[in-house]
Design a protein around this ligand. Structure first.
Ligand code: IVH
Length: 698
């Protein structure tokens, strides 16, 4: 790659005059457009990604200082060449991940949450721990980045690690501060919820209807649709609002508590929700939940629960996160909204693992602002238990993003025309036998990958965002490629390059989109082991388990040596069960998957297409990295959960049982049989003092 002939301006945007700013913005727009074309259109970039990012950042900085000079053809409003709508926004990697929240529904869930948090922190009954309770706004979360007090970037949450660049649109939203007041840190990212007031939503829908345009199902969809406009000036007209509630990257600490942080946000010029309360205990949290719940109908915007956050930031830090949700916060959802409708039919869906799931087809009905036309019936026992018949009037409910469910049939309303559903004993898609093993609730199609439904669902999972994340390859394309016989296994995806000529003859595929698709596939030839394992779609193996497996085996070669149809699968099973958090049933699913010669061949073919990277180990050089640790007895310095989280963050594997593979046994008070077993096996046994000496100040 050669260096750009274009020379990047160095004047401080804050000190430029508008004439030179306009000139430089014009030059940047032309230069960035040229590189976009080279990169996206011709696959022939002239400059490195880092140099390209510098051009974009320079453009953004000048635009932030001169919002009125943002050009109609500004690079911040446009990504790549004239791309189809789906690629309209660029990607932004979040400096700190945007997390979601775990949900609680009952008072008990909240009590458990508080107990769990207090236990993790080893707080005694006398130690206070305050929480902040705040409304859970039903909008979409955004991360706004301010540099030296100026808004420079806005991103949607996306998958939490990477979101969409909506800077140009957000710049048009009047209610958001473009310049902060007070003294914010030089780099400051704030997160919060973008939303639309109910009356603005209704007025928008009326106008949309008059103009023959799309009607939005609820204020949240309207806010999302308004933000993701190609023409940013439309976003500006939609009266979007924003409540700030959490922090992303920041170059200096802002407050010691969340409560203090919210006060600072107000000083910086953000709206912070006034219903937020600082609470002392569970009773206080639940009273606030009731209080906010009572006001819900009268608020001008939608909320769907209350969020509880531990107040002290040092506690937040210690608690950390599990998977994608912080341990220090929880959403307490409002009860599900219910409605009455009729079951028109019951369909059977066949999932990735062959499970036959009955789904009720409903007369469409609005539940809490969303039109519902399907509800899950889970399995055949559930239909029998609830005595649900085709033609029944039923109560359905929706809780948040959960799939709508049927609460009960209104048997008094029966006319005699209802029919009992006969659950099929063969797969409705491939007609192979559908078998229900003894003791299990689920009936499964035995067709494996010969079943079009399993193949389709499996491939859909394979390319999904948390798996191979192949942009441009979604359900529609997979279906089409399966129908054409181009794709029958995951490995076939990596042979699609051979089909590019045939693809060009299909409807909806231009040269550019084929190029984009093939390059999106090519990029994924290199993939981390944990994503790879997750993508295989093994039953019960979600992201967290995939990570455990990746860390356990360390490489795809080691994994396949231990797990293959000719390997000692009993030994492999035994080794898996020894991993904390992997039980016998899960281990069965893993060994059965790799032990199946057809599936194993599919993995072999796939691996041949890929470079699979070993998992990132949390810390390579701590005293316990790569070691297996078992904790036993009552720990006094921290809770078991915190000790485990800490050890894992230092690269250790924490196991529940002592075996020859254990490196250290850490004993708290009253350590029993494990200590004796460890001594017998000659394993290093440390008490808490010894352990903390080993860790030093890590
Ligand atoms: S805190 C680590 N606070 O709810 C902090 N989230 O279900 C994570 N949300 O993705 C978020 N109101 O979009 C937080 N007061 C509030 C919120 C809130 C709405 C949304 C947010 C988040 C989702 C999780």
């Amino acid at each position: 790659m050669t260096k750009p002939a274009f020379s990047l301006g160095t004047d401080d945007p804050a000190k430029m005059d508008s004439g030179s700013a306009a000139t430089e913005l014009a030059a940047l727009a032309a230069e960035i457009a040229r590189h976009d074309k080279l990169y996206h259109g011709q696959d022939a970039p002239e400059i490195s990604d880092a140099d390209y990012d510098r051009l974009v950042a320079r453009n953004r900085a000048i635009e932030a200082a001169f919002p009125l000079l943002v050009r109609p053809d500004s690079p911040s409003r446009r990504v790549g060449t004239d791309l189809p709508a789906q690629g309209q926004f660029g990607k932004i990697r979040h400096a700190r991940p945007m997390l979601s929240l775990s949900n609680g529904f009952s008072d008990d869930d909240i009590e458990d949450f508080v107990t769990r948090v207090r236990k993790f922190l080893s707080l005694s009954d006398a130690d206070p721990a305050q929480f902040v309770a705040e409304p859970k706004i039903d909008g979409l979360s955004l991360s706004l980045r301010y540099e030296n007090g100026k808004l420079v970037q806005a991103a949607t949450r996306g998958d939490g690690a990477e979101g969409e660049d909506v800077t140009a649109n957000v710049m048009q939203i009047a209610s958001l501060p473009k310049q902060l007041s007070g003294s914010p840190p030089a780099i400051f990212e704030v997160r919060g919820e973008m939303y639309m007031d109910r009356h603005d939503f209704l007025a928008l829908n009326t106008a949309q209807e008059t103009n023959g345009k799309k009607i939005f199902a609820n204020p949240r969809n309207a806010a999302a649709g308004s933000l993701r406009q190609k023409d940013a000036s439309i976003t500006g007209k939609r009266n979007l609002k924003f409540f700030a509630y959490s922090m992303g990257e920041t170059s200096a600490p802002i407050a010691g508590t969340h409560w203090g942080f919210l006060a600072a946000l107000r000083d910086f010029g953000f709206s912070v929700n006034d219903l937020s309360h600082r609470c002392d205990d569970v009773a206080d949290l639940l009273a606030t939940y009731q209080m906010i719940g009572r006001q819900r109908v009268d608020l001008p915007y939608d909320i769907d629960g209350v969020v509880y956050k531990i107040d002290r930031h040092d506690y937040q830090q210690r608690l950390g996160q599990v998977a994608r949700a912080p341990r220090w916060a929880m959403a307490h959802k409002f009860p599900a909204e219910q409605a009455e409708t009729v079951i028109d039919a019951i369909d059977i869906q066949v999932g990735r693992t062959g499970a036959l799931t009955p789904v009720a087809r409903l007369a469409p009905i609005s539940v809490g602002g969303v039109i519902v036309s399907k509800a899950t019936l889970h399995n055949e026992d559930e239909i029998a238990r609830k005595d649900i018949r085709i033609g029944d009037r039923v109560i359905i409910q929706r809780a948040g993003d959960v799939i709508p469910q049927i609460v009960r049939a209104l048997s008094d309303a029966r006319t005699g025309n209802e029919t009992v559903f006969d659950f099929p004993e063969s797969c409705p898609v491939c007609h192979a036998a559908a078998i229900r093993p003894e003791g299990e609730a689920v009936r499964r199609c035995s067709g494996g990958l010969n079943c079009a439904a399993q193949l389709f669902e499996g491939l859909k999972h394979f390319v999904a965002r948390d798996a191979f994340d192949i942009e441009g390859l979604g359900a529609r394309q997979i279906e089409q490629f399966i129908d054409l016989g181009w794709v029958q296994t995951p490995a076939d995806i990596f042979q699609l390059g051979d089909k590019s000529a045939a693809m060009a003859a299909l409807d909806g595929y231009g040269d550019l989109s084929i190029k984009k698709l093939l390059s999106a596939i090519a990029v994924r030839r290199e993939i981390g082991l944990e994503r790879f394992i997750y993508a295989l779609g093994i039953r019960q193996v979600g992201q967290a388990t995939a990570r455990l497996l990746a860390l356990h085996y360390g490489s795809v070669e080691a994994m396949m040596a231990a797990l293959n149809p000719d390997a000692n699968l009993d030994a492999a099973h035994q080794a898996l069960v020894e991993i904390d958090q992997i039980g016998a049933a899960m281990a069965n699913d893993v060994t059965a998957f790799f032990g199946n010669p057809d599936l194993y061949q599919l993995i072999v073919d796939l691996v041949a297409e890929l470079t699979i990277l070993p998992p990132e180990r949390p810390a390579e050089n701590s005293a316990i990295s790569g070691k297996t640790i078992v904790f036993t007895g009552t720990l006094t310095r921290m809770s078991r959960a915190e000790a485990k989280a800490k050890a894992e963050s230092l690269g250790a594997k924490v196991s529940g049982t002592v075996s020859a593979k254990t490196d250290f046994l850490i004993t708290g008070a009253d350590a029993g049989s494990k200590a004796r077993k460890a001594a017998d096996l000659g394993i290093t046994v440390l008490d808490e003092d010894g352990y903390s000496a080993l860790l030093g100040n890590q």
